[in-house]
Each structure stands twice: as C-alpha cells, then as structure tokens.
Design a protein around this ligand. Structure first.
Ligand code: HSE
Length: 433
C-alpha cells in the first residue's frame, strides 16, 4: 500500500521530537498503523533539532497545506494565526489534521470541528492536553459508559515545575522559569504558563469532552501562580497540604464549575504528589469512580508520542465512514448541550486564609465572629510567630466549603478590621475525595 504522506508545520521542540520519534520507531509504528508513514515535506523557520536531509523544508506553510500529495497536515507551530488559516485551508483541501495547538482548539475549535465535519475529515488533538498522557482518548473513548462528575488536573508542566522547585529547594521563581524555558517546557510567551492561561486552554477542551458542552474558553475563571509565596507553600505543608495549579471542571445541579487557580490538595492524595514537569488528570466517572492519568505533560518526545498516536489514529480511519468516526468532542455534534458555566462567585469550595494580625486580645475572636456570621466553619487554625522585625503575626485558617461570594464578603469585613493588615491571602482548597 502507498505510504501516508505527512505535511508537517513547525520544527520547534515538538516538531523536531515528532520527526525523531517517527524515524526511530518507523517500523513499529507502521506495523501498528498498517501503512508506512512518510514525512513528505515540512514548513519551518530558523534552525531545528532533527535531521531533515530527506525532508524538503519551506518557509511557507501554505505551500504544504495546498500540496495535493499531502494526506495529513500536522500543525505544530502553535498560536492562533497563521495556524487557524493553515488548518482551515488544509480542511478545505480535503486533508485530515493533527494539532498540538491547545489555544487554537480552546478558542476556535467549535468552528474548526464544524468545518471538519462538513468535509468528513478528522481533526485530532491529543498532544494539545497534558503532553504525552492519552487523556483525550481516555475521556472520549475509554470512559464513554460514564456520566463524568468532575475532572481535576495538573495540566501545566512549567507551573508544576516552578511550585515543586519552590517547595523542595526554596528556589527563586524567575530562575526556575528560565530553566523551564531552556528545557522547552514553557510556552513561547511564558506568561501563558504562569498566569494559568495555558491550563485554561487545556481545561476548556477537557470540560467539553467530559460533559458534552461547547468549547467556552471565555467563561473560565483563571488565576495563575504569581501570588503563591514560599510562606504559603510552607504553611500548607505544615497543615499536610500541597499547593498545585489545578484545573477543575465539575458538574453541579446549577451548572458547570470551570476554574484554574492555585489549590491546596491534601498531601495524601496521589495527585498532590505529582511533581516537577509531570502532569496528572483525575477523572471521576459515576460508574468507574476516580481514575488517575499521569505522565510527562511537556517536552519534545512525550508530546511527540501523542502526535504520532493521533497520526496513527487518523491513518487507521482513513477508509472508515466519516459519519461513524469518534466525534471530535466525544458527543455527537447535535447532542452538545448548553449547560451554563457558573460564575466564580457561585462556586462552592473550601479555603486557606492567611491573615497578618496584630498580636492583642480579641483579634481572633473578631475574625471568627465574622466568619460565623457568614456561616463559614473553620477546620483548622495555625498561629505563627511574627516574622523577624515585624509586630504583626501570621494566622492561617482552613475553612470548610462555602460559596465564594460569602467568602469574599467575609474577607472584605476582615480586611476592614483595624487589627488586620490588608490583604488577606486566600487560596482555594479541594479534597478531591
Ligand atoms: N507550556 C506547557 C506546559 C507545554 O508547561 O505544560 C505543554 O502544553
């Protein structure tokens, strides 16, 4: 049988990793796919870390997507444009697409999938979420029998690496970020990592596949790790919690909670022990119960592993009936539902509070009275010695679950107390039980 011809867009970290994996495992991969897979041509700028002696490389991606010989376009350039136009052109030209582009799928996936369905083509995007972990496949196919209740994930390797190094080695935020960039984990614009935007792109995709809802990036609540201090990491440890940047999508009776923020997780949970650049996604299905998927969430070859898996998936279905392929978003397009996404104020969660309080009688009583007035129960309190040279002392409180709007109102009243230094530090907490 004729080889399947790949048109590769991008030879950066993941693109070069894909070339290397496809070359190294060519025989094994074609034994699985049933066809030889050939990188027919590529488009890239600059220099790259793979051998391209037998691959013609152009600077113009449109030459690749318009080449009638190309069967599958693999888009690994990232960003919204020109990636979107390249993919839409590839689809218009009747080519299947594999992409690692989470920003593009999260923001324009509805439009891209509609075009793909119209043309009877596949757009596969496993590498877009959690690098090498086959979480799209697991959610979309392996868990089809379940009603998914919630999905919680550590889905940004760069942030997890930064938080782990801060905790274990007391390293400086910027130095760790630079190392993540040098290792090819961080986004071209690393603020996407540290501000939680990259996690939000991925969570948008996971939520859509889990609950059968449209991709709705603009409705996610997003908070990055910039405000997490070493002090909070240490106090959380003392209380047997770890701080992780967590993406959480939860179905409730009122709607779907969709949020990315630093989160205290009990240290006894497996997911709390996912360190460094590793990712993990915890999925709770009503039939299967909790399931955990763990692996490298970034890097050249782990992500290439998912790219190649998608290529093989597409190759295997080249001759199948387009109407009966696995739907892009797991649910049949006509069955996508419009369950509302809840605003953050309506979310129900527990909290870690860090107050800076004057050391005098009655301060703690004032704070607990305010919390009680808002029906907020306290689970633990930790009072520390004042930091050197300071007269105010840190008080750490863990609360039980309450609605975010109640907590915000209580915090505003606590901050108004003369004996409390503003601001009160607030980090959400999830038991993931
Ligand atoms: N910048 C991303 C991360 C790369 O650190 O997880 C993988 O999507």
């Amino acid at each position: 049988m004729k080889p399947v011809k790949i048109g590769l867009l991008g030879l950066g970290t993941v693109g070069a990793g894909t070339v290397n994996v496809l070359r190294r495992n060519a025989l094994e991969i074609s034994r699985r796919a049933g066809r030889e897979i050939l990188i027919y041509r590529a488009a890239a700028r600059g220099t790259w870390a793979c051998d391209t002696t037998d691959i013609p490389v152009t600077e113009d991606g449109f030459e690749v997507v318009n080449d009638p010989e190309v069967d599958i376009v693999v888009e690994l350039i990232g960003g919204e444009e020109p990636a979107k136009q390249l993919i839409l052109t590839a689809l218009a030209n009747g080519k299947h697409v594999v992409t690692a582009n989470k920003a593009l799928i999260a923001k324009h996936g509805n439009e891209i999938f509609a075009k793909a369905s119209e043309m009877g083509l596949m757009v596969a995007f496993e590498p877009a979420v959690a690098g090498g972990i086959p979480i799209i496949k697991a959610l979309r196919e392996g868990l089809t029998g379940n009603k998914i209740e919630w999905v919680a994930g550590i889905i940004n390797g760069t942030c997890n690496f930064i938080l782990t190094e801060m905790r274990d080695k007391g390293r400086d935020f910027d130095a760790v970020l630079q190392e993540a960039q040098a290792k090819g984990y961080a986004e071209a614009n690393p603020t996407f990592d540290v501000e939680g935007i990259d996690s939000a792109h991925k969570l948008t995709i996971l939520a859509s596949i889990a609950f059968g809802i449209p991709l709705q990036f603009d409705k996610i609540y997003i908070e990055g790790i910039g405000g997490v201090t070493r002090m909070d990491v240490e106090y959380a440890e003392e209380l047997h919690y770890r701080i992780k940047l967590l993406g959480l999508a939860r179905r409730t009776e009122q709607g779907v909670e969709l949020r990315v923020h630093p989160t205290l997780i009990p240290e006894r949970r497996l997911i709390a022990n996912v360190d460094g650049v590793m990712n993990a996604v915890l999925v709770k299905g009503d039939a299967v119960g909790p399931t955990l998927y763990y692996g490298a969430g970034a890097g050249a070859e782990p992500t290439a592993s998912a790219v190649v898996a998608d290529i093989v998936d597409v190759v295997r279905t080249l001759t199948s009936d387009p109407e009966n392929r696995v739907p892009h978003l797991a649910f049949q397009p006509q069955s996508i539902s419009d369950i509302p996404i809840l605003p953050i104020d309506a979310v129900l969660t527990a909290y870690y509070l860090r107050l800076s309080a004057e050391d005098k009688p009655g301060v703690l009583a004032d704070v607990t009275r305010i919390l009680a007035n808002h029906q907020i129960s306290i689970e633990a309190i930790l009072q520390k010695e004042p930091l050197t040279g300071e007269s105010y002392l840190p008080i750490i409180m863990l609360t039980q679950k309450t609605q975010e709007r109640e907590m915000k109102a209580a915090v505003a009243e606590i901050e108004a107390l003369a004996s409390i230094n503003k601001p009160v530090k607030l980090i959400r907490m999830e038991t993931l039980g």
